[in-house]
Design a protein around this ligand. Structure first.
Ligand code: NAD
Length: 471
């Protein structure tokens, strides 16, 4: 369904169980040498870049995200990761170690593929998620079965076609469609070596439990409720720009969003004044128009969820609504049935409010006042989640000190949201297990093999004929 208009369009049907089983039995458990794989994956990255706008249009249609966003972020950040891993493995990134033990003995280690792995995606960055999983998986020599979210399936065939055209052998990258039931079948299947999952914490816990049955490897990229701390020496303009990017980009449907905005008491009124002035720059509209920078929510289901949270914020939490709310924005006729919400800001929030504690995954900013640095760090960490966190200040010494105390796997200083291929990302606490991207991201797709070679010519044994007693 097109989130911008509410109109349905054709999307792939769930894959039959027999077809999934066929993929499982025919996918190779390893392929190519590192150089061969690098060559093929670089070709795929080139095709992605060449088809950037075509792919961005598919993403915009499927997710409702503005083309201004999909054409500059979604495809590009996926292709970057593919290039990064192609170069890494082509340049020796899968080399093991060689350790000289003695004159006539040494240990060497190799990094071996895991075999057939599963990638399960969320709907907010469909193509990017598919690439963040498949790039290191394939670069390491594994095969993958990728299941996109049932809400956003259009990118998957396009990516599969690109891999084939680039020279990835058939059955190495396989797409299956369906909802959680298909996902659960894959995660519990004994032939699967690893599950890389992106989605909600509650689903991630089920997936990890299911995968644990066979002691499968897992990577879990889950939700967050991340704190963005503005120290009082920050320029108001920077603070506002950072907070807006951390809350309203992609209509707030970003896992790392900094939705708990902590502002020092003396700065709150200046911050809110400038924030409200700048909200006019959030522009809803036809997602294909270049001026549009704010799209609809992904689905009717998610729309209802976000509206319920905003209602709860007003009626139960009694937070101070200073912008937006539950009323549908006025949209042109053809967009009236889309899942549009207003970007929403609650001021004067407290830590115990539900809208402050739970991930809404929509454009809802909560502003919290604080007095001291020690206080704000303790409050920022008072959550079972630990995906992202960040601080804005001119004092880099203090920024370093604050960040070192924040309990999160992805942290930023004076910026928010950038997640380049080189940067390993993953959540702490209930926000995840393992990392994606960067050098560390490759380690999650290989298993270590250590070999001790002894050239001494004799085998040291306790089972000899004579007993050599100590005197
Ligand atoms: P979701 O958990 O509802 O679904 C994610 C995927 O899991 C879908 O493909 C779904 O079909 C599948 N699934 C559902 N039940 C399953 C089961 N029992 N076994 C196996 N698979 C199952 O998540 P969503 O609503 O699609 O995505 C939004 C969530 O994803 C948010 O919480 C967001 O924070 C998180 N997210 C995290 C990251 C990250 O990198 N940490 C990135 C993007 C999104």
């Amino acid at each position: 369904m097109d989130p911008a208009t509410g109109e349905s369009f054709d999307s792939p049907q769930p894959t039959e169980r027999s077809a999934i089983d066929h993929v499982i039995t025919t996918a190779p458990l390893k392929w190519g040498t590192p150089i061969e794989r690098a060559r093929v994956l670089l070709r795929a990255a080139q095709l992605l870049r060449h088809r950037n706008d075509e792919l961005a249009k598919i993403e915009t249609r499927d997710t409702g995200k503005p083309f201004s966003e999909t054409s500059t972020v979604d495809v590009v950040t996926g292709a970057d990761v593919l290039e990064y891993y192609a170069h890494l493995v082509g340049g020796g990134g899968l080399n093991g170690e060689m350790i000289r033990l003695r004159e006539d003995a040494w240990v060497y280690s190799t990094k071996e593929p895991l075999g057939l792995c599963v990638g399960i995606g969320a709907w907010n960055y469909p193509l990017q998620i598919a690439l963040w999983k498949s790039a290191p998986c394939l670069a390491a020599g594994n095969s993958m079965i990728y299941k996109p979210s049932e809400f956003t399936q259009l990118h998957a065939q396009a990516l599969s076609d690109i891999y084939l055209e680039a020279g990835v052998p058939s059955n190495v990258f396989n797409v299956v469609y369906g909802d959680g039931k298909v996902g659960a079948y894959l995660t519990s299947h004994p032939a699967i070596a690893k599950v890389s999952f992106t989605g909600q914490v509650s689903t991630g816990m089920k997936v990890a439990a299911s995968a644990a049955g066979d002691l499968k490897y897992v990577t879990m990229e889950l939700g967050g409720k991340s704190p963005l701390i503005i120290l009082p020496d920050t320029d108001v303009e920077h603070a506002v720009d950072g907070a807006m990017m951390a809350n309203f980009f992609s209509t707030g449907q970003v896992c790392t969003n900094g939705t708990r905005v902590f502002v020092q008491s003396d700065m709150v009124s200046a911050f809110e004044k400038r924030l409200l002035e700048k909200m006019k720059y959030v522009r809803s509209g036809d997602p294909m128009e270049t001026a549009t920078n704010f799209g609809p929510l992904i689905s009717r289901l998610h729309y209802d969820k976000v509206i319920q949270y905003i209602k709860h914020g007003c009626d139960v939490d009694k937070a101070h609504l200073i912008y937006g709310g539950t009323k549908k924005p006025v949209m042109p006729t053809k967009l009236r049935d889309g899942f549009w919400v207003k970007p929403t800001i609650f001021s004067n929030c407290t830590d115990d409010m539900r809208i402050v504690q739970e991930e809404i995954f929509g454009p809802v900013m909560t502003i919290l006042e604080y007095s001291t640095v020690d206080e704000v760090v303790a409050r920022a960490n008072a959550t079972p989640l630990g995906l992202a966190a960040g601080v804005f200040t001119k004092d880099l010494n203090l920024a370093y000190k604050v960040v070192s105390q924040l309990e999160a796997g992805i942290t930023w200083i004076n910026t928010w949201g950038e997640s380049p291929a080189e940067m390993s990302v993953g959540g702490w606490k209930k926000s995840g297990l393992g990392v994606e991207n960067g050098k560390k991201g490759l380690e999650g797709w290989v298993q270590n093999k250590s070999t001790l070679v002894d050239m001494g010519g004799t085998v040291t044994t306790v089972f000899s004929e004579t007993v050599d007693r100590a005197s």
